[in-house]
Design a protein around this ligand. Structure first.
Ligand SMILES: Cc1cc2nc3c(=O)[nH]c(=O)nc-3n(C[C@H](O)[C@H](O)[C@H](O)COP(=O)(O)OP(=O)(O)OC[C@H]3O[C@@H](n4cnc5c(N)ncnc54)[C@H](O)[C@@H]3O)c2cc1C
Length: 505
């Protein structure tokens, strides 16, 4: 029996963030001899949002060998040290989800357990005061992390905020310079092979035909290949995540200060993001259309900008959920075509990155063994569910008095996977990270505590340590962290010195 032939031609349909991330990564990852073609339609355009990321984006950029300063300069990029949540727990309340760890474990006991015990005694500050990213966020400062584990700066972690259009353009020039062929045109038909229903080719308006072995559906919410051609199915999660629209608008920067974080502010029927870039601020109001009209959502957004809008607000419609099979036959969906979770924790771009890595780890041949496909789908489902649970947590654990959305979210039944996590944490602050879960313990702890879930007790291991010594250690730790944060340059000064924006071509 002869082995199936290797893949020779990969066709990517769609030139948004997903399409160009995939194209750029493939130039580094696939063996020589595999041709990559990307089809996109300027007339259709891209979704035009997606500007905040999480720290693993740096691994993606490192894979491509991008120079950080050049990348930030080209994309009007800024540093993101975390997310500030305003009014999420209740009105006028604020907390942060900083990247990077809280404190240091002491004699094998987790820092948050020690903190919980001393907080009970009134001998610990708020937990954010022991996180160098949180303190730097508050001070509007930034300095790159260092690798020496003895340095406080080794506790720093960061991601980026950038202009989505410029990012796609940047990746496009990278990919084209390394051999990816870009075809401008609108896909009009997707003929399937009679014998097995696999995609044979995509046919553009004007009848140009592009054949391939493997097709990546990066067509955004249209899901042209995976859904319209292949009907891979959709599982809705809208009973848990009820927001189904966003109205977005860029605005002028309010002044020279550029906050090194994304802000999320809860409103009556949703929440508003604020993403500071070098040249402007990205804003959007995510809302539940059953609770508020488009006009009112638009007015709420405009009333809560801190700079003049730079264009008319535009509305996007979506549904939370996932593609039942993100890999179906010879097609893999990446980006919005594969599923949607609202951008509360800026996870969509990461899910694209993770999809590309999984696909490369399971790269098929033209025999398309179900073994590889099934593992890809299993891992994708698991990751989507874990991110979904993290997002639901923010909504569910709220004490907001205003707005029916918040009452429904508080009272709804949540997934069993999240229920279990909450019960463990409520009891003695325990947390387990299952199967390579994206968000680490420190992220969950930040949001659990931030949303007002304080464990009833603590790990008995913390009782084996001397309270007075712990109180002294915590107080020193905070001083060290605060001093380190204050010694950093202001974020906008660091950018101006290290990565000043290039005017987009
Ligand atoms: C309101 C909102 C806010 C978001 N904020 C964030 C965030 O802060 N952080 C984050 O990580 N993610 C965020 N996301 C998600 C993020 O925007 C997307 O994951 C990312 O932009 C990838 O989009 P995409 O490439 O899948 O789709 P798109 O950008 O929609 O690209 C689709 C591409 O397919 C092409 N296409 C479609 N049909 C055809 C056709 N027939 N023929 C040829 N080409 C075609 C289009 O021209 C386009 O090039 C947000 C999403 C929304 C809706």
């Amino acid at each position: 029996m002869t082995a199936p032939a290797p893949i020779r031609q990969i066709v990517i349909v769609g030139g948004g963030t997903a399409g160009w991330m995939a194209a750029a990564a493939l130039t580094r990852l696939v063996p020589a001899g595999i041709a990559v073609t990307l089809v996109e339609s300027e007339e259709i355009g891209t979704v035009g949002v997606g500007e905040a990321t999480i720290p693993p984006i740096r691994n993606f950029n490192a894979l491509l060998g991008l120079d950080e300063a050049d990348f930030l300069a080209a994309t009007q990029g800024t540093i993101k040290l975390g997310i500030e949540f305003v009014n999420w727990t209740r009105d006028t309340h604020r907390y942060v989800h900083p990247f990077g760890e809280f404190g240091f474990d002491i004699e094998g006991v987790k820092f948050h357990q020690i903190w919980r015990k001393l907080y009970e005694q009134g001998r610990a500050r708020e937990i954010e005061d022991y996180n160098v990213c949180a303190l730097a966020m508050r001070a509007g400062r930034y300095q790159p992390p260092v690798s020496d584990p003895g340095s406080i700066l080794s506790r720093m972690a960061y991601a980026y905020q950038f202009d989505a259009g410029l990012y796609a353009r940047y990746l496009r020039s990278y990919a084209e310079a390394r051999g990816v062929v870009r075809v401008e045109g609108k896909v009009a038909q997707v003929p399937l092979r009679a014998e097995d229903g696999f995609i044979e080719a995509v046919v553009l308006e004007g009848d140009r035909r592009i054949a391939g072995d493997l097709f990546l559906d990066c067509t955004g919410f249209r899901a042209l290949l995976i859904d319209q051609a292949l009907g891979a199915g959709w599982e809705s999660w809208s009973h848990w995540l009820q927001c189904d629209r966003a109205v977005a608008v860029p605005s002028e920067s309010p002044g020279p200060e550029i906050t090194p974080f994304t802000r999320s502010t809860a409103h009556r029927a949703g929440w508003q993001w604020r993403i500071p870039l070098q040249h402007r601020v990205g804003n959007g109001h995510v809302y539940c259309s059953a609770d508020i009209s488009d006009d009112e959502a638009r007015e709420t957004l405009l009333a809560n900008l801190d700079g003049a809008p730079l264009r008319d607000p535009f509305i996007l419609k979506f549904e939370a959920g996932r593609r039942k099979r993100a890999w179906h036959r010879n097609c893999v969906a990446l980006g919005l075509s594969s599923g949607f979770l609202e951008p509360l924790e800026s996870t969509s771009i990461h899910l694209i990155q993770s999809g590309i890595h999984k696909l490369m780890a399971l790269l098929p041949d033209t025999g398309f063994s179900p073994v590889e496909r099934d593992e890809y789908n299993r891992l994708t489902d698991l990751q989507m569910q874990q991110v979904r649970d993290f997002i639901i947590l923010h909504y569910h654990a709220n004490q907001r008095q205003q707005g029916d959305l918040w009452r429904r979210m508080r009272e709804m039944a949540i997934p069993e996977t999240l229920e279990r996590k909450l019960a463990l944490f409520r009891n003695r602050g325990r947390f387990f990270r299952y199967e390579d879960e994206l968000f680490a313990e420190s992220s969950w702890i930040a949001v659990l505590l931030g949303q007002g879930i304080v464990p009833q007790g603590w790990d008995p291991l913390a009782d084996g340590l001397d309270d007075d010594k712990l109180a002294t250690s915590l107080s020193r730790l905070h001083e060290m962290f605060a001093r380190a944060a204050q010694a950093m340059p202001r974020h906008e000064d660091w950018l101006a010195r290290n990565a000043p924006a290039r005017t987009p071509a």
